[in-house]
Design a protein around this ligand. Sequence first.
Ligand SMILES: Nc1ncnc2c1ncn2[C@@H]1O[C@H](COP(=O)(O)OP(=O)(O)OP(=O)(O)O)[C@@H](O)[C@H]1O
Ligand SMILES: [Mg+2]
Length: 232
Amino acid sequence: MNNAEIISVKNLTKKFPMGLGEFTALNGINLTFFKGEFAGVVGPSGSGKTTLLNIIGLLDNPSDGDATVLGNSSKDLSVRQAALIRRKHMGFIFQTYNLLPVYTVFENAEFPLLLLKMSTGERKKAVLDALEWVGLSDKVRSKPAQLSGGECQRVAIARAMVKRPEIVLADEPTANLDADNSHHILQTMEKLNKELKTTFIFATHDDKVISHLKRKITLIDGKVSRDENIKQ
Ligand SMILES: Nc1ncnc2c1ncn2[C@@H]1O[C@H](COP(=O)(O)OP(=O)(O)OP(=O)(O)O)[C@@H](O)[C@H]1O
Ligand SMILES: [Mg+2]
């Protein structure tokens, strides 16, 4: 593995059962991501963006081909090993937030840290920092049902970044945010990207996100149709 190579997929194909047959969501994808990238996968609805993020996040398996994440081939990983890699090295922002409704904002953002060895004090500081990044310091005790859609999305963003992971996979992270919040969150992400070399991979339709990308990969019908480096 090249030192800087963090994720690669080779001849990646993903098929889902559909009726009596199957549907090919990803069709022979080859891509390599390097440490410190600020990259986005764009393309029409249904083109396979979420499916690709789920596979490189080790949440789903290829039907054919391979995904290698931090030197580990998805073929060799048990469910438990994949979970360990996610827990240690990755943060996820899901298109559907996936917040835990019975927990407060603070507890939702704290969740990824509970499995890591940290003192209560360190954990509290990390959570409050992450909630400050997303502008929710005044809502720490609220529960998801008491928040707006955009606020829920910001809790999900704080949760993904709270442990300062090596890789953040962000599926439409700004879909419910106004321009000011999107801008502020993208700036925070860029800061982490610069200072900690955090690798960000987005799936997005949002021009505000796209304008910040350094690399734009376009998927059409489960294939890479363009892969461009963008000069900022
Ligand atoms: N679990 C599944 N079972 C069957 N088909 C699926 C499944 N997940 C995704 N698909 C299909 O695979 C295709 C790609 O879906 P995916 O969610 O990756 O698209 P997307 O590019 O993220 O779209 P969007 O922009 O709407 O989020 C779609 O046609 C979808 O219906
Ligand atoms: Mg999607």
